[in-house]
Structure formats: C-alpha cells, structure tokens
Ligand binder design. Structure first.
Ligand code: ADP
Length: 192
C-alpha cells in the first residue's frame, strides 16, 4: 500500500492521546425538561443504562421563565417513580443555569440526548456545538428511542391530554393520573 508523506510540522494525531483514554466509570447526564416524563424518555434512559453504569436524569428549569405544567420537584418525583425498580443506577435531580456547569459540578463527562425524526437534528446539533465550545471535554452521545415513540414529545402529549385525547401507551400510568388531576383542577378553577 502506498504511504502518504506527512507534511512537515503537521500533527501526527488529530486528538492528543491523553484525551482518548477510555473513561472507566463514565458519569452520564440525560438532561431535559421532562414535563412530564414520557415513554420516549424512559426508552432512552433504559437504552443508556445498557451502556453507562449510572445515569443522572436532570430536569432543567428556569425560575424566571418556566411555563411548565409540573414543578421541577414534581417532575423529579415522576422520574424517580418511573425508575423505582433500578435502584441507584438512575438518579433524578434538577438544575438551573448552564448544563455544562451542572455537569462539571457533578463530575459528569457525558451528555445523553435523544433523537426523534429529523426535526430534532438542527437544534441538537447547535446545542452540542455550543456545549463543546463551552466545555470541550464533555462529550454528547445520541440515542434513538423505539419507532413507536418517534412522535412522542412532552409538549404534544400534554396538549392532547388537555383536550381529553388518549395518550395511554405514551406515558406511564401514574403520569396519566397526574394529567387527570391537573385537568380536573383547572376545569374547577375556570368555573369559579
Ligand atoms: P420533550 O421534547 O419531549 O419536551 P425534553 O426537552 O424533556 O423532551 O427532552 C430531553 C431529551 O430527550 C431531548 O434530547 C429530546 O430530543 C429527547 N427526547 C424526548 N422525547 C423523545 C423520544 N420520544 N424519542 C427520542 N428522544 C426523545
């Protein structure tokens, strides 16, 4: 095979060796709004658990601009309930501010993100590049949920549930109950 001559002064490796060492116990974060957790999220977390020893599912919120249906504490509680069977391998937490700062605080080196159909790509690509610009040592890993969840998003599920549509199979049973309580409470508030 012909060998290509390296130009004088060009680097031997694109990435220095010390940065390609495999992490022994990678700490992974799966960030999102999780308002509420859906079966699409759960599918991604279960896949991530096959690759990483532990996953911190982190609810991102902005105290000044949070138009969420559930409070951060309620969202964290629902995540814990969804993973009650796996013990300490899933940690649920919430944070505000920059994701990469939170990652550094808890010693995480990997960000997990889920990809649905092409629509997620543009945003996820931008976010990944920005996070890499801020903290080059943090890697983002993408996973895809099963095709039955390709169109599941918290926003759509909330919208459909609010108008009485059937979202069974898209969220866990206890989330369906929470929707029921929220919607009945709102209807009561409107009547007065
Ligand atoms: P949503 O878009 O449902 O409000 P989040 O902001 O909580 O979700 O999303 C957290 C991460 O999970 C994002 O990377 C998002 O693309 C991913 N995600 C959400 N739902 C799904 C799904 N059904 N399949 C694959 N990835 C998903």
């Amino acid at each position: 095979m012909p060998t290509r001559k390296r130009a004088k002064g060009s680097p031997v490796r694109a990435v220095p060796a010390r940065e390609t060492e495999t992490l022994e116990e990678p700490v992974a974060i799966y960030p999102g709004s999780f308002d509420p957790i859906t079966n699409g999220h759960i599918d991604i977390i279960r896949r991530a658990l096959r690759v990483f020893p532990r996953v911190t599912v982190a609810v991102a919120y902005n105290p000044n601009k949070d138009a969420a249906m559930f409070t951060p504490a309620e969202r964290v509680a629902m995540i814990r309930q969804a993973f009650a069977d796996v013990g300490e391998r899933v940690v649920a937490d919430s944070f505000t501010g920059l994701l990469v700062d939170y990652a550094e605080r808890i010693g995480a080196q990997v960000l997990i993100r889920g990809l649905r159909a092409v629509s997620d790509f543009e945003y996820e690509f931008q976010m990944t590049m920005m996070n890499r610009h801020l903290k080059p040592k943090i890697e983002t890993v993408f996973m895809m949920a099963g095709e039955q969840y390709f169109y599941t998003s918290s926003r759509l599920v909330k919208e459909v549930a609010t108008f009485g549509g059937d979202v069974r199979n898209l969220v866990p049973e206890f989330v369906l109950q929470r929707f029921g309580e929220r919607i009945t409470k709102k209807a009561g508030e409107k009547r007065v």
